[in-house]
Design a binder for this molecule. Structure first.
Ligand SMILES: Nc1ncnc2c1ncn2[C@@H]1O[C@H](COP(=O)(O)OP(=O)(O)O)[C@@H](O)[C@H]1O
Ligand SMILES: O=P(O)(O)OC[C@H]1O[C@](O)(COP(=O)(O)O)[C@@H](O)[C@@H]1O
Length: 445
């Protein structure tokens, strides 16, 4: 996807004039590691697209580096901040909340930090959700909890109503932790703030275990999700190998993208088939999935299948499309569908399979972050605070091309990242599972 360099410019609320209290030169300061406004990195495009810019003599767009700035826009002693978590759960939400609160409190001296309950609902008086005071004390023991201490929600809320609430609370910075839906909402909130001439910064910390947010190399919680999914694959493999013609079938989350299924399958290498939304599923064809599964079972007596929930949705095209309260299409259950198809296929062939179906979806996304993700959340939370304090707005903090960067919302909102069928991840899945060449028996699991 080609990026317009206009999309990579970060908006600011006004000229930052206050010396940052983070400076090591100031008593009680924390750092001298300031990032200059000129520090931009050439990374706004994926490597495969760079040639297009070179061929067409176009300026290669760049993103600015995240991190503390020498001058800040908001006066910490007067600033009020709000944080909200939206959409589906994801490991690390509490780590993000904690790192934002600690950075604001300890490093910048901000004393008014409010947690908005249950996603965007929390801004609407009619729901009656209380606002929570967030201090180092209230966030000290939240890391082991999983989920989000603030709660979350899906569902449309009036953008004007959200901004009314921000005005009533006299908010300076709004931190929104959420996925592509949240990004769309945040974009609209920032536009409404602009149209009212308010000085409120909106910073998104991107979240989804699907790992499909555009211009974000990896979302927090994804590592943890892979870890936990790997255990499910181990279990499925043991079950499958424990019985003649044993089949372990695992469904993992991934609405539009198969990153979790593909990566977890590589972590464990017990999977023999990985089915993802990006690759069209042929079920009954001669070289289709069921035929290949049969070959595998006859040769090896067991098989493990990992399916991403968004795969094979075409099989439900005769069913009514339903939407969740946020407007996302409700996926039909490909796991149960495949289970039934497999059982029917082998019944007809008179092969007595033993199929175990495992769906660990909610167990994965609701658990606490692993150590790596906790560290990652710490970086993202701190960089979100630095961006907001500097008066930047309408951006998401991202890890991209090995750097923490500011991505303007316009550059990412409404777009999506997918597993590239020709890329290293998917090609490695094919090599590791052998699912493309079962006839040649290239899988030794
Ligand atoms: N296009 C949109 N415009 C305004 N708000 C949106 C839009 N899409 C989603 N939202 C809101 O953002 C919140 C989170 O969206 P959702 O899709 O549930 O989760 P996620 O942010 O994780 O993708 C919901 O309250 C939803 O109503
Ligand atoms: O059951 P719910 O809450 O609607 O969530 C299901 C969806 O949540 C996801 O984890 C993604 O959620 P988000 O986009 O909110 O991060 C998908 O993988 C899954 O399809």
């Amino acid at each position: 996807m080609i990026i317009d360099s206009k999309e990579t410019k970060i908006q600011i609320l006004g000229e930052p004039r206050i010396p940052s209290p983070l400076s090591g030169k100031i008593k009680g300061g924390y750092t001298n590691r300031f990032v200059s406004e000129d520090e931009r990195i050439i990374c706004a495009v994926e490597k495969k697209d760079i040639q297009h810019y070179l061929d067409n003599n176009l300026e290669i767009p760049s993103f600015e580096k995240a991190g503390p700035r020498e001058k800040i826009y908001f006066d910490p002693s007067k600033l009020k901040c709000a944080i909200v978590t939206c959409g589906g759960l994801c490991p690390g939400l509490n780590d993000i909340i904690r790192s934002v609160v600690l950075e604001l409190h300890h490093c910048y001296g901000v004393r008014n930090i409010y947690g908005i309950k249950y996603g965007l609902q929390g801004f609407m008086p009619e729901y009656g959700h209380d606002v929570v005071d967030l201090t180092p004390g209230t966030v000290s023991n939240i890391l082991d909890m999983g989920g989000t201490i603030l709660g979350s929600s899906r569902g449309t809320q009036d953008i004007g109503g959200v901004v009314d609430c921000l005005e009533r609370m006299n908010t300076g910075i709004l931190f929104m932790v959420g996925g592509d839906g949240t990004l769309m909402a945040a974009n609209k909130i920032a536009d409404e703030i602009n149209s009212r001439n308010l000085k409120i910064s909106v910073i998104v910390i991107p979240k989804t275990i699907d790992n499909d947010i555009y211009l974000v190399s990896k979302t927090f919680g994804f590592d943890t999700a892979v870890d936990i999914a790997t255990n499910a694959i181990k279990g499925a493999h043991n079950e499958a190998a424990g019985y003649p013609y044993g089949i372990g079938l695992i469904k993992l989350m991934g609405r539009h993208a198969g990153f979790l299924a593909a990566t977890a399958a590589l972590a464990q290498q017990d999977a023999n088939f990985v089915l993802i939304p990006e690759i069209e599923m042929d079920l009954h064809g001669e070289s289709g999935f069921l035929c290949s599964l049969e070959k595998r079972l006859i040769e090896r007596k067991h098989a493990v299948i990992v399916v991403a929930e968004g795969a094979g949705q075409k099989f439900f095209s005769d069913q009514k499309t339903e939407y969740d309260p946020s407007g996302n299409i409700k996926l039909k259950d490909i796991g149960v569908f495949l289970k039934n198809e497999i059982i029917a296929w082998f019944k007809e062939k008179n092969i007595p399979v033993s199929l175990k179906y495992i769906d660990p979806s909610y167990m994965i996304r609701s658990l606490p972050a692993n150590a790596n993700d906790s560290v990652f959340c710490g970086f993202l939370g701190r960089d979100a605070v630095h961006a907001g304090m500097a008066g930047k707005t309408k951006l998401l903090v991202s890890h991209w091309n090995n750097n923490y960067v500011h991505i303007p919302m316009e550059a990412s909102a409404g777009k999506r990242k997918n597993v590239d069928p020709q890329g290293k991840l998917w090609q490695s899945v094919l090599e590791a599972t052998g699912q493309g060449c079962l006839v040649n028996d290239c899988n030794t699991n």
